[in-house]
Design a protein around this ligand. Sequence first.
Ligand code: ZN
Ligand code: ZN
Length: 663
Amino acid sequence: MEPFYLRIALPTPLRGLFDYLPPQRVDPKALMPGIRIKVPFQSRTLIGILVEITTSTTVPDEKMKQVLEVIDEQPVLEADIDQLCQWAANYYHHSLGEVYAAAMPALLRKGKPADSKMDLLKTNEQQEKLPTLNDAQQCAVDMITKAKDHFQTFLLDGVTGSGKTEVYLRVIDEILKLDKQALVLVPEISLTPQTIARFRSRFSVPVLALHSNMTELARLKVWLAAKKGDAKIVIGTRSAIFTPFANLGLIIVDEEHDPSFKQQDRFRYHARDLAVMRASLNHIPIVLGSATPSLESILNVKRERYHYLSLPMRAGNAVLPQYQMIDLRYAKTEEGISDVLLKTMRENLDAGNQVMLFLNRRGFAPVLYCADCTWIAGCARCEARMVYHSKPSGLRCHHCDSRKKMPSCCEQCGADNLQPVGLGTQRLEQMLQTHFPSVPIIRVDRDSTQRKDALQTLLDQIHASPKAILLGTQMLAKGHHFPQVTLVGMVEADSGLFSADFRAAEQMGQLLLQVAGRAGRAEKPGTVLIQTRHPDHPLLKTLIEEGYQRFSEVLLTEREQALLPPFSYAAMFRAEAHAEKSASEFLTGVKKMCSAWLTDAVTVFGPVPALLAKRKGLHCQQLFVQSSHRGTLQGFLKRLLAEMDKEKGKQTVKWVLDVDPVA
Ligand SMILES: [Zn+2]
Ligand SMILES: [Zn+2]
């Protein structure tokens, strides 16, 4: 009898599939691709996915091992998810086994059975009264609904308060009438109980959340409920893109520009891009919504790949905020806050309103420095400064989370003259307490929201205090609605203007408008004060005077001239090693390897140190590969990786490939 081999995708970084002998007394022909199989691998036991059954193998007899256990009878991954995973593994040049693992709930990865008793799904009987749609909203709903039977990508461009969510809700309602399901992807930070509550109060069907703070069992249950068709609406973060659905009819990606849709370790996918691919595989419409769309999506509209839908602000409704710049070079300041900002804060507070200050830097001060010898407290493991935190007091590295007691004197000269320099949210909070002793000051950043439910408690406090100062990092800027806020102060707008990262300006603009969008909702018009040392910077001026659309046009022109994404396609090799030399030598080797078949269509540059050149004791170097054609880049990478795989036994550094890297 001919021997059969099981070809299995295993969760290991090694690209390629692995052949094993089927267990005895099991008819290999009865096994279905897509089932989980437990196998011995090196000195470990791994659970992989059966890809195919074959009669030929390159593994020599003496090395051939037998599988340990066949876990499933039926495939755990649906055909469309399997297709999506295969596409992703190919596009991101990542191990298929690791992609499959990322697509499964943790309990399935660990071999637990793919079924679970489901609690009775809670539904809501009371449907809230529907608001009347304006013309632009109605038009958007009609256009998207019309595409219900085929793949089409819509970019829904609507400023804060223009009623994007209402459009989502109406379209989902139409999809539910067809007995189909909807998937809503949201950024990590905006998946709050309010978001879920808004959907639940609207629909009388089960609405389930899926995110990384849930228990493994809860996640598995949602996954299974969606697969069975019981969960009609799933709202989730990045990895929810792999949720199986019995009958998916619509995908919505809210805040599509948000950087948190990009996975930044191991399997480095972009959930928005996978969502578009999934909609295409499922022949369904997808809506990408944002008040500040990504340049990628705007270009796709220009190239007529995406259909553009715009929601302008409705006249007579909330008024757009007024912007005003404060020139920090000439302003009188105290702890980085200008007297103009302080005075305007007082006026707004005296009128019984809330004020919000945005500062994207947590801790007390970003630098602790010796005034005698200019020594600066640095992290021993990273090429980064330690941030001084006041409560609890000490030094912390924001890259590796190393912590140190506050030194009593300089580590270099021994002088007792250490000074915190620069402004963090804790220092700002302390300074504001002296100026506004009777006003509640509510600080929202990663430190103040450590404990479970802490964020919710702070948000409740904000809603319960008509007069208050809200102070925080981007946690405060995203997804939350504060109708009482009439003044927003951007303490510092400059960090995005002069960054080495070419996406920094785009992100600065998006964040600034997002923060500004918190002011002047409902009947209260708002003011946004922006503190800057560069009030004449052309990008900042364009953004404030002409709006995001013009701002994005300017950025797109710059990117086109510099041949940067989205006008070109990039991939980045990142190598890490204890010795800087090993990392750069490895990448120089990679560069040499491709020089033989390098053409004009592909550029390779580097190796160069990463923006954070040393992290957690490892030196990090980067090599960029770029081409103006996606297909050319893909072909090039495929060939290069095949060459590199031949050498993999000799590699001593840790490396990854990041396709379409973000920062
Ligand atoms: Zn010193
Ligand atoms: Zn560190």
